[in-house]
Structures are given as C-alpha cells and as structure tokens.
Design a protein around this ligand. Structure first.
Ligand code: ATP
Length: 375
C-alpha cells in the first residue's frame, strides 16, 4: 500500500518561486497526471518527490513518513523519462537487470523478474539486442520495463511518450494504462498534452505558474472549470469567451448582457446559486462556452440569440469548425458539416444556457465556485 501526500510544497530557484504551495493526496494504485503549460513546475514537483531537487519548504510524506531528507536511492521510486536513458552499450536484458544487480538481488530472481516483465511488455524477443537496434516504441517499453522490474512503491513518469510519433503515442498510452492497472502501480505522470492527461488520468492536477488551478477528473475539468484558465487549457478547440458582459437581474429574471447581446440564464446550471448572491448584480463577468454548446438558430427570432457573422469555415470530415465574429470577438462552433453556413453570412447563434460558464472578470474565477458555500 502506497500513499503520497504533498503538503504546502514550495520550490524557489533564487527568487523565482516555481512551485507555489502545492497540496496533493495520492492514494494506493492512483494514476495521477500533472498537467500544465511548459514551465509551470511539473517536472520540478516530480524531481522533488524523487529526491533529485531540494524542497524549499513544505513536506513530502510517503507512507506516513516525511521523506524530504531521505536520499533518492532510499525512496524506492522509479522514474521514467522522455529520453529513455538506456545504457547504449548494454544488451536489453542487462539494461533491465541493471537496477536489480545494483541492489544485489540474487541471480535467479533477476532472471525471473526480467523475463516476466519482458513478456508482459512484449520485448522478450529483443533481450539480446542493444538499444540502437530497437525502434523508439520498443526503447520506451524497455525504459518502462526497467522501472517495473524494480517493483517500486511509486512510479514517476515525466513525458514518457513525447519522443514517439502520434500513432505510437496513442498505442503506448493504452499499453501503459493497462500495464499499470495489471500490476497495481501507483503513478504520478507528467505531461503538457491535455489529450494525454484527459485520457490517462484518473485525476488530473492542472498547474499554472507553479500554482494548482484544479484537481479533478477529466470530466470535472471539462464541465466544471474552476476558473477561466482551466476552461481555456482543457478542451480542443478551446472554450469560447465573451468579454465586457454584465450580470443583470430585472423583473425577477437573471441574464447576461453586453452591447451586442442578451442571454437568459434561467437554464444556467448554477442559477440557484447566483439567485442567492445579490452582490453579483451588475458584476462584470466573462461568459464562457464550449464550441459544442453553440447552435445556429433562425434569424426570425434574433432576440433569442446572438447576432454573428461567419468568418472562417473549416470542414474536418465528421464535423466542421465555424469561426464567427460577435461584436469583434471571435468564437468557434462545432457543427455537423451539413449545417455549415457560408463565409460572410450573417447568422444568429444560440448557446445552450445549461452549458454556460460565468467567470469573474477580474480574478477569472468561476462564479459558481465563488458563490459555493458548501464545505
Ligand atoms: P516543461 O513542460 O517545459 O518540461 P515544466 O512544467 O516541467 O515544463 P519545470 O521544468 O518544472 O517546468 O520548470 C519550472 C520553472 O523552473 C521554469 O521556469 C524553469 O525555467 C525553472 N527551473 C527549472 N529548473 C531550474 C534550475 N535548476 N534552476 C533555475 N530555474 C529552474
């Protein structure tokens, strides 16, 4: 049973705070993904956990023990990197056996473990080769195998798929997941690729500039983003945003208004929450909605929707992306190709109110989170 807790973890390089008060609970057999743009501190967090980087403040607690000062070789963790870091002159068998020999594991035990893992990873016929005689995907599997034979308490994987081509990435992604489930591994996995994070992570830790933005399932990040950054970072094409919008409450009706449009909020998922927050009236907000929440409606009923003009249409086969201008703000709609309007056409778009998100203009926080009074 492995547990890992990060408590108020901070890391400074000089005056630069690159990991800012990170808290995280990892339970046994969790597959947790650290996601975020380049430079947000993902690798630094992993390296602190591995013991390769000193902690500035806070605690790393492994199985109930604070391990901040425990040297890396005594942490019983295995790291898998983007560059496989295999020993170029050693045969695959010896690459796999290396860590076990260092630990003075008995010879027949090494034989058995290496063979088992090689079979599991379908590299058992490659054991006599050296790394340069392997493809990228095979080398990646050897790197994984080298971690697995050690049977560590925790796997730390840092962008292990980024050297593979697109097709192999998808295939290896599935293999890693299946394998980790089969051996009951507890994994912390770093990526900047949101698709990889969304498909692999049981839970995803989304970071920005060293600060955790949200820890959630893929579904939670997509449907209930804690702030505007999360809405933008997760989902492709990204969430649409409309600025300069005011929350309005008139004649017992809540709506959002700008000089270009008005949208009724009775179908808004958090309508009950905003009703109980009179301080929100006249608040400046940013309206967010995903491209799949947009529909084109009849221009006979313009008061129901938002007037827009079609700027660019991209037909992708199964769906089309339609970029529309709304009062000089560009939004994207995903629609079936047969519903595609023409470039330059004046249309009216509707947004499913149940899929609307409202973000505070200043802090970027989701209004639903701001008004959340539940513990
Ligand atoms: P990427 O996805 O590009 O690998 P990341 O999220 O893993 O990025 P880190 O490698 O953790 O980011 O780096 C976080 C910040 O810390 C960056 O601004 C980086 O320049 C800085 N940094 C990392 N290592 C050092 C170091 N040894 N000395 C000084 N600054 C560092």
């Amino acid at each position: 049973m492995t547990t890992l807790f990060l408590r108020d973890l901070n890391k400074k390089f000089g005056d630069n705070l690159v990991v800012n008060n990170v808290n995280l609970d990892v339970q046994d057999q969790d597959f947790i993904v650290l996601l975020g743009p380049s430079g947000c501190g993902k690798t630094t967090i992993l390296r602190m956990i591995a013991g390769l980087e000193k902690v500035t403040s806070g605690e790393i607690i492994l199985d109930g023990e604070v391990i901040n000062r425990v040297p890396p070789q005594r942490r019983d963790m295995a790291m898998v990197f983007q560059n496989y870091a295999l020993y170029a002159h050693l045969k695959i068998f010896d690459n796999l056996a290396f860590g076990l020999r260092m630990r003075k594991t008995p010879k027949d035990e090494i034989e058995k473990r290496v063979k088992d893992v090689a079979e599991m990873l379908h590299i058992d016929l490659l054991l006599d080769r050296i790394p340069r005689q392997l493809s990228g995907g095979e080398r990646q599997r050897v790197a994984l195998g080298r971690a697995i034979v050690r049977e560590p308490r925790l796997f730390l994987m840092d962008e292990p798929l980024s050297n593979l081509d697109a097709l192999l990435r998808v295939q290896t992604r599935v293999e890693i997941l299946q394998l980790c489930r089969r051996i009951g591994a507890t994994v912390l996995y770093v990526t900047h690729d949101q698709t990889e994070a969304m498909t692999m992570g049981q839970r995803i830790v989304l970071l920005r500039k060293g600060v955790v933005q949200q820890i959630d399932t893929a579904e939670g990040l997509y449907n209930k983003p804690a702030n505007r950054f999360v809405g933008h970072f997760v989902g492709s094409p990204p969430m649409n945003f409309l600025e300069d919008v005011i929350l309005s409450h008139e004649n017992d009706r809540w709506s959002v208004k700008s000089q270009d449009f008005s949208l009724d909020l009775s179908g808004y998922e958090n309508a009950a929450k905003i009703k109980q927050a009179p301080e929100l009236v006249s608040r400046s907000v940013v309206v967010g909605f995903r491209p799949d929440a947009v529909k084109f409606i009849s221009s006979d009923e313009p008061e129901e929707g938002i007037p827009a003009s079609v700027e660019v249409v991209e037909v992708l086969g199964r769906e089309a992306l339609v970029y529309c201008d709304i009062g000089q703000q560009l939004i994207c709609a995903v629609v079936p190709p047969q519903q595609t309007p023409r470039t330059g056409e004046k249309i009216v778009i509707g947004v499913d109110a149940s899929k609307l998100h409202l973000f505070d203009s200043e802090s970027g926080k989701n209004i639903a989170v701001l008004t959340d009074t539940s513990p």
